[in-house]
Design a binder for this molecule. Structure first.
Ligand SMILES: [Zn+2]
Ligand SMILES: [Zn+2]
Length: 205
């Protein structure tokens, strides 16, 4: 177990009382991360207004949770860090954690409640800024590849999710829309392979 104190101090194998002290002495605009191994951590950020951000992650990106309460107390943070240090399952059940989605990953809406940082679009949850990426992607209709112009390949329903079974599982566009550039599902118009994998190159125009 490793405690990172605002990137300025580091403690290996901290005790419960050391962790408690570090939380209680955490200055404004400073953070603490307690973790072990890749992707296993609890972290807090002490906002300049005295409130806290609190998150924990148990491995994969879809097991990254955030507490949405704006009334997280120092005692909550002490408690969460203590439970994480003790590998206690009570960490997951003591608070009403919300899943945190960091990237363009999308998931089907299955709850009435939509966390703040997410929006519902095309019937799935995605990061709040992603719908704009989808809109922008529709403006890019073609590529020049190896000196020749090609129309981009639109999303087909072959590998789709969602209630209507027509969304791209990676970038969330509808059937018939262009993928968000960089989407691994986009087909190459030149060789019909996957654009991110094939050896064709897009000319910079
Ligand atoms: Zn896509
Ligand atoms: Zn290709």
């Amino acid at each position: 177990m490793h405690l990172n104190i605002n990137d300025s101090e580091h403690l290996e194998s901290p005790s419960q009382s050391e962790v408690r002290q570090c939380v209680e002495n955490l200055g404004a605009d400073q953070f603490l991360v307690l973790g072990h191994g890749e992707g296993y951590f609890v972290q807090t950020y002490h906002n300049p207004d005295g409130s806290y951000e609190l998150e924990y992650r148990q491995g994969a990106a879809n097991q990254h949770y955030k507490l949405s309460s704006d009334r997280i107390t120092t005692a909550d943070v002490v408690n969460a860090f203590g439970l994480f240090l003790a590998h206690s399952g009570a960490l997951a059940t003591t608070w009403d954690w919300q899943p945190l989605i960091l990237g363009p990953e999308v998931r089907v809406v299955d709850e009435a409640e939509v966390p703040d940082a997410l929006v519902e679009y095309h019937g799935v949850l995605m990061s709040a800024d992603w719908p704009q990426e989808i809109e922008d992607a529709q403006e890019l209709t073609g590529y020049v590849m190896h000196g020749q112009a090609y129309n981009r390949v639109r999303h087909s329903a072959a590998d789709a999710i969602g209630e209507q079974g027509e969304l791209c599982p990676e970038c969330g566009v509808l059937k018939g829309q262009y993928h968000v550039p960089g989407c691994q599902q986009e087909d190459c118009p030149r060789c019909a392979g996957k654009l991110v994998e094939c050896s064709c190159e897009i000319d910079v125009v």
